[in-house]
Design a protein around this ligand. Structure first.
Ligand code: ZN
Length: 676
């Protein structure tokens, strides 16, 4: 078959990949994967690492290398044809994934190899992860339980889509037409334009407000009309529930109860005491006690400051605006007023100091000093768009460690946001020597004329964040794709390198490397730098307890589920709010009915991961606060223990290897300006 997706050497030939080749290539590869797996599992000879695991890794790698550019192009150069081809392949790939997870013969093969001697630590870890995932998919259950497992999985997948559908329908069902611009006083032009457009789309006069976030947030933050804010707040936080303007329509109450019940039963089938325990089977945190202890500790030490911040806000609203008695629909509004009053700093003010060429050179200089690596641009490599650039990373001895594409600018047919994605994984055996390649994708404003693109400070942080993921992927020294780079790294640890890198964007010594005025080259003035630092921790206590409220609620909900007593969703939420919330929401608030992260997304009993990763990255950075921003020993320790070892060992062991001890919450509290 003449198909560039089946050519397996080197970088993807982007210009020759056409939508009509996608499905035939995937069909061909999936058939080849199935044949190869059958050959390997049918063999009479006992499986070994070389005869069984390595060929399986090759099977996976071949499929991933073909699929990676397809998924990538679908995200950055979308077209109707490509999207159709991509979507046609998704169910086939997911069916194959399920089939592999339930393949008993494969599982037995892994088990046989795992019992052999002469395996190194990363080989053992790969096998351990593999056996764990087989177990979690129910492959080793007795037949009756396996059948039940399958029923539960299917019902859960229907229920979680139902949850999303209800939420979406309820969100779309509410809108409010406003006839006079005066009623929207306070809203910025961008929000007014959006509301105008929403009215036009509906063939209505005036402006239309909706419950979509880009409409909701500006109303809560800027609308002067308090009654309007209250009305929109009430509609928003009663979506898909028994309360509010559409009470009882698209009500998620029973869906949520059933989801919790089934998750609990599923965990029980796999011999876990709760779904929270099941969630931790694949995470860095070891026990449910450890997670609760960590969250409670953070809560206890932040809540005092959060209360103080709320008092300050109430005082400000009273003294400056004559407003008595803050309600939930006043919070964002007066917070924004206070923020402007106190800090007067805008993203636009910093933009001239961050021209892209300067930021990139500076960022490469930072990682060169920290990790002893050299980055240089390579010309003439085929990409998918003329603005895309290609770089390589070499170590001090000159050895090629990784390569990456950088696609910096927003354009049509490109998905929003920023991300790092894997093009190829490191794979090193007697038969192959493949280096890791990454895609770094951002959506910065493109340059105009001769003037370079200027970044906001938020965008600079985004770049450092994604580059941190990229370094984790590219500096790996692990030989097998399943545990190399970010593969096999637990969810609650994978943000460590990315958030760690963000810290450099706040330090004077690093800022001087990555910034310089676009016209004069001058560094950021001290006065501006001071204001930028001061604004960083505005209301950090209140933000902290809000995230903790979600995290503790999610974890307790899944940990304390008792079939006799049902979900107790609002009973638990009330207790959590009693513990951490600084402002009690009104009785009609049905926040949980729209909490899709945990009911339909992947965050069930995992919302704590956000804070967990922040603790890790803050604690990691504190080493450089102690020893100096570019401490070479610290940089080497981070590179050797974290960046180079990926998922090849327990995340906590790697962390201790780097830091010399387990993480503590102190640095995060200090960085957030919370005195503890
Ligand atoms: Zn990230």
């Amino acid at each position: 078959m003449d198909n560039p997706l089946l050519e397996m050497s080197g970088l993807p030939p982007f210009s020759r990949i056409a939508p009509d080749q996608v499905e035939p290539a995937v069909d061909h590869l999936l058939a080849a994967c199935r044949t190869r797996i059958r050959e390997l599992t049918d063999r009479a000879a006992p499986p070994t690492w070389e005869s069984f695991i390595e060929p399986l890794e090759e099977v996976d790698d071949r499929l991933n290398r073909a699929w990676s550019p397809v998924g990538h192009l679908n995200a950055v150069m979308n077209s109707d044809e490509l999207r159709a081809a991509y979507n046609a392949c998704l169910p086939k790939l997911s069916e194959y994934g399920t089939e592999v997870g339930h393949n008993r013969a494969l599982f037995e093969g892994y088990r046989a190899v795992a019992s052999q001697e002469h395996l190194d630590a990363s080989q053992r870890k790969l096998l351990e992860n593999g056996l764990r995932d087989f177990h979690l998919s129910g492959v080793d259950l007795p037949e009756d339980k396996k059948a039940r497992y399958k029923e539960i999985s299917q019902e859960l997948s229907k229920l979680t889509s139902k949850f999303d559908e209800n939420l979406l329908d309820a969100t779309n069902a509410w809108s409010k037409q406003v006839q006079s611009e005066g009623a929207l006083a306070g809203l910025p032009d961008s929000a007014l334009a959006l509301a105008k457009q929403a009215a036009e789309e509906r063939g209505l006069e005036g402006w239309v407000l909706t419950l979509d976030f880009p409409s909701y947030l500006p109303v809560m933050t800027y609308a002067n009309d308090r009654e309007l804010r209250r009305e929109v707040y009430r509609a928003y936080c009663t979506r898909a529930s028994d309360q509010g303007p559409n009470a009882g329509d698209w009500d998620n109450t029973r869906v949520m109860d059933r989801i919790l019940q089934l998750r609990h039963e599923l965990a029980g089938l796999l011999d876990f005491a709760s779904y929270a325990e099941r969630s931790l089977a694949t995470k860095m945190a070891r026990t449910t006690d450890e997670v609760m202890g960590f969250l409670n500790d953070l809560a206890e030490r932040s809540v005092v400051q959060a209360r103080r911040e709320l008092d300050e806000l109430a005082q400000f609203a009273r003294e400056q605006h004559g407003h008595e008695g803050l309600e939930p629909w006043d919070l964002a509004y007066y917070s924004e007023k206070l923020r402007q009053h106190r800090h007067r700093i805008t993203q636009e003010e910093l933009r001239p100091y961050f021209p892209i060429p300067r930021v990139l050179d500076g960022m490469f200089a930072v990682v060169q000093r920290l990790f002893g690596i050299r980055i240089r641009e390579v010309q003439g490599v085929e990409t998918w768009h003329p603005t895309v650039r290609f770089f390589e990373i070499r170590d001090e001895a000159g050895g090629l460690r990784g390569q990456f594409y950088l696609d910096p600018y927003a354009r049509q047919k490109k998905r929003g946001g920023a991300w790092m994605d894997v093009c190829t994984n490191r794979f090193h055996t007697s038969r192959c020597d493949q280096i890791p390649v990454a895609y770094l994708v951002c959506n910065f404003t493109p340059p105009v004329g001769e003037r370079p693109s200027l970044l906001t400070h938020d965008e600079v942080q985004t770049l450092f964040h994604e580059f941190g993921h990229g370094l984790h992927h590219m500096l790996t020294k692990v030989d097998y794709p399943a545990v190399a780079g970010i593969s096999g790294v637990p969810w609650d640890a994978v943000e460590l390198p990315s958030q760690f890198m963000e810290n450099w964007c706040w330090e004077r010594e690093a800022l001087d490397l990555i910034s310089g005025h676009v016209d004069t080259g001058e560094p950021i003035p001290d006065e501006l730098y001071r204001r930028m630092r001061a604004a960083k921790n505005f209301q950090s206590g209140m933000q902290m307890v809000r995230q903790l409220e979600f995290a503790i609620f999610d974890f307790r909900l899944h940990r304390e589920y008792d079939p006799e007593r049902g979900g107790r969703i609002y009973e638990i939420l009330d207790q959590v709010r009693e513990q951490v919330a600084v402002m009690k929401p009104p009785a009609f608030n049905r926040f949980a009915h729209g909490f899709s992260h945990i009911f339909s997304g992947g965050y069930a009993a995992g919302y704590y991961s956000y804070k967990w990763a922040e603790v890790l990255s803050a604690d990691a950075f504190s080493l450089f606060e102690e020893r100096g921003l570019f401490d070479p020993d610290g940089g080497r320790a981070f590179r050797e223990n974290i960046l180079e070892r990926g998922g090849s060992a327990e995340a906590m062991d790697l962390y201790v290897g780097f830091r010399g001890r387990e993480p503590t919450i102190d640095a995060l509290l200090r960085h957030s300006g919370i005195a503890a």
